[in-house]
Structure formats: C-alpha cells, structure tokens
Design a protein around this ligand. Structure first.
Ligand code: HEM
Length: 432
C-alpha cells in the first residue's frame, strides 16, 4: 500500500480515529506510506509518552512540516536548546505579567464590539482570529498588527492554509526537497511575513528600550560568551508565538459560541452568572475564580473541540509503554479529541454539559483523560494567557450580545493543523 491509512485520514481524520479507538481499543497501529504510527488512546500511555518517559521522545516527524514557517522556535525545537529558550521565554508568561495583559485584552475586545451593530451577520471565527492576533501582537511584542493588518492578515492565513493542507496532503510523506505547488505557495506567504517580523525586531533593537514584554526579554539574552540571539532565532521565536498564540484561542472561542448557540439553557446560565458577578463590567484576573460556570463552558468546549486535536511524538530510543514495545524511530500520536470523547471517562460524552466540571470532575479523572494543553515539559506555555484571554473575550461578548446561529445544521470540522470549522461560523448579532 503506497499511502496506507493516509487516504482514510485524508477523508475523515477524526471519524477514522474515533472508529479505530472503538474497534481496536487503546493502541492502534497505522501506516502512512512506509511510516508506522502508533496511536495511544489510554491516558496511562499518554502519561508515559509526555511525562514519565519524555526523554525517549522528540517532537519529530509530525512537527517537521511546520519547519519552513516556524524554524527552530519554541514549539519545534528540541533538547538543551529548547530548554534554554523555554526558560528565557517563561517570565513573559508568569501570572503577574499576564494579569498586566488583561487591560489590552479588554480594550481590544471593546474595540471589536464597537464595530458590531444590531442585526449584523458576522463570521465570528474571522473576528476571533483577528482579535487574538492583535492581542498577542500588542501584549508580547508591543506591536499593533492592525496597522499591518492587510499584509499579516493575508499572508498569515495563507501560510496556515498551506500548512494545514500539507498535514493531510502528499507533502506529509514526500521528502521536503521535492517541490509541490503548496510548498511554493507557502514559501511565497513566508516571504511576505518575514520582512514584517524582521522589521519589528530591527526597530526594537535600534530603540534599545526594555518594554517588559517577551520581545524585550529575548533581545536582552546573552550567551555565556556574551553573544546575543540572532535575528533568525528571534524571528523563529516570534513567528512561533504569533502562530501558536492566536489561532488556538480563537478556535476555543469560536467553538464555544457555536455550542452556546445550540444549547440555550447553557447560554442562559452563562449570561446569568456574568450578570450576577460582573454586572456589566469587563472581567479581570481577580474575577476568574468567581466565574465557575464560565470556566466550565470553556473546559467543556475544549473537551469536545480541542483546538490542538492531536499531539505527535517520535521515539528516539527503544522503550516500553506499559508493556507495549516501541522501537526507536516509531511515531506516536496522542489524540485529545478521541480520549476526551471516551465514555470510560465522561458520561454521555458527546453531549455539551458544562455542569459536569462543576463538582471537581477534573480531580477525579486520570491525568491525561483531559489534556487540551498537552502536558509534561512541553505543556503549552500560553495556558494561563489563553484562559484569561478567552474568559475576558467570552464574558465581554456574552454580556452585550446574543449570537444567534444562522443555521441549525451541525458545522463541518476541518481538522488539519488545528480543529477549525470548515467554512467559518456565521451568527446574527442581537444586542442583549
Ligand atoms: C486555547 C488555547 C490554546 C491551546 C488549546 C493550546 C494548546 C497547546 C498544546 C496542546 C501544546 C503542546 C503541543 C505538544 O506538546 O506537542 C501547546 C504548546 C505551545 N503553546 Fe499553546 N495552546 C493555546 C494557547 C496558546 C497561547 C495563547 C500561546 C502564546 C501566547 C501558546 C503558545 C504555545 C507554545 C510556545 C507552545 C510550545 C511550548 C513548548 O514546547 O515549550 N499557546 N499549546
């Protein structure tokens, strides 16, 4: 078989993976071309890969496709180099710093809402993508991506589109030296983005001031020999954070609006909580613990629609995962989308029931029955950022607007790099 299971995956990746888990159970072996992939569907096996035996795994094969866009940034780098970069970036993601970003999150959300009017029809996925892109640009790089909106706004989605297509296209198994039309389009998109990012870095180097953001921290870094991070490395880190830091959060919000639109009782309960706790004001970090139902809506959304629906790794040593032998060089795939829909861990798993999270469910679950942010040393660095940002955006919008779905048909998913709605999601706006 030339393509093996690649064709099944190309047709209906998530349906195929769910079906495999139902039919074959906790461990499923697939073939992509000549490549063998083991899918682990049990939380205990996921824990071995991401935590206990993480030293036996690298990101590897699944992440190579991101190389042309992200280079050697935090998401894709490995080993000692990754650890150094992670330590350098961490302060920009500490809770106190993130709390300081809340103001930008609130004001940019209000700016977006200022452009909404009663009766308007909006593709909320587009709105969320632009909003989270602006927020990540301002908070972490002190850059206003709106002023460069046309270039970033066109070239970044174009690059994402090509990467997504390549995840399920022939590029996934073709050596990177073989040119394809999608690879050429990706190169063109990158050549539009690179000058913008490099200009941002050059301007900041020239200004020489410390603005307390991620870019300042990265610019300050010196190696033991006194050398600084190269422009190329800064470019890779910046591109990574911009990419990893906006689409995921935008998708969590988009799916939340979609699910709330289909579940009026949950929608009403959310609005009631927001009214009683916030009484019309936008929330801040201090309100997070007072909004349990809002948090549950976001948790339940990411259970059913995890923005990163699958996490890949490659073994670099022979190892044994709870008795299952895994030779070096095997690709493994861990799929939150499948595990988080398993009736063994979640009652009535396909139903949207935010209240399931209200009585301490997370503490009773095996650690990796729910892992939308991954786990172990490569846990998402932006998790607290994303949770604050999505709470601020969701609660600001839901206090002012009712988002009425245009269609009652289920939205088709387009799983590629991330779990997107295939054709966006349109809502009619009604002022609350
Ligand atoms: C709801 C929103 C988000 C979700 C669901 C999410 C999910 C994830 C997941 C699953 C990983 C681990 C990937 C792996 O182990 O292979 C990850 C890593 C990462 N995320 Fe997020 N993420 C979100 C928001 C953010 C934000 C807001 C930022 C930055 C502002 C960010 C930056 C990163 C970075 C840099 C990594 C790589 C970390 C490392 O390997 O050291 N993410 N994310």
């Amino acid at each position: 078989m030339l393509f093996g299971n690649l064709l099944d995956v190309g047709r209906d990746q998530l349906g195929f993976l769910l079906n495999c888990a139902r039919t074959y159970g906790d461990r499923v072996e697939l073939r992509f071309g000549r490549r063998r992939i083991v899918v682990f569907n049990h939380p205990a096996d996921v824990e071995e890969v991401l935590v206990t035996q993480q030293r036996n795994f690298i990101k590897g094969y699944f992440y190579r496709i991101l190389g042309p866009l992200l280079g050697n940034g935090l998401l894709t780098s490995e080993g000692e180099f990754w650890l150094r970069q992670r330590r350098l970036s961490q302060p920009a993601f500490h809770r106190e710093r993130i709390a300081a970003y809340a103001r930008t999150m609130r004001s940019y959300t209000q700016e977006l809402l200022g452009s909404w009017s009663d009766g308007m029809v909006r593709d909320v996925n587009d709105d969320m993508m632009q909003l989270t892109l602006r927020i990540v640009g301002k908070t972490l790089f002190d850059a206003d991506f709106q002023s460069e909106a046309t270039e970033v706004g066109q070239a970044l989605p174009a690059a994402l589109h090509e990467l997504s297509a390549q995840m399920i296209g022939p590029e996934f198994i073709l050596p990177s030296s073989i040119p394809t039309p999608s690879r050429a389009r990706l190169r063109r998109a990158i050549s539009r983005l690179d000058p913008l990012v490099l200009r941002m870095i050059a301007q900041r180097r020239a200004a020489g001031d410390d603005r307390g953001d991620l870019l300042s921290a990265l610019l300050r870094v010196r190696d033991a020999d006194g050398s600084r991070m190269t422009d190329r490395q800064l470019r890779d880190e910046a591109m990574t954070i911009v990419l990893a830091g906006h689409e995921t959060t935008a998708l969590a919000l988009t799916w939340a609006f979609y699910l709330l639109g289909r579940h009026p009782a949950a929608n009403n309960q959310l609005v009631a909580e927001l009214e009683s706790v916030l009484n019309g004001r936008a929330p801040g970090p201090e309100d997070m613990s007072q909004l349990p139902y809002t948090a549950s809506v976001l948790s339940e959304t990411m259970r059913l629609y995890p923005p990163i629906f699958g996490i890949g790794r490659e073994s670099v040593a022979d190892c044994e995962i709870n008795g299952f032998r895994l030779p070096a060089g095997t690709n493994v795939y861990l799929v939150p989308y499948v595990i988080q829909r398993n009736p063994r861990w979640f009652d009535d798993p396909l139903s949207f029931r935010p209240e399931r999270w209200l009585d301490g469910l997370e503490g009773r679950l095996p650690r990796f029955a729910y892992f939308p942010f991954g786990g172990g040393p490569r846990l998402c660095i932006g998790q607290p950022f994303a949770l604050l940002e999505s709470t601020i955006i969701l609660s600001s919008i839901m206090q002012q607007w009712h988002l009425r779905p245009i269609s009652d048909q289920p939205v088709e998913m387009a799983p590629a790099l991330t779990l997107r709605p295939k054709h966006g999601i349109r809502f009619q706006l009604e002022r609350q």
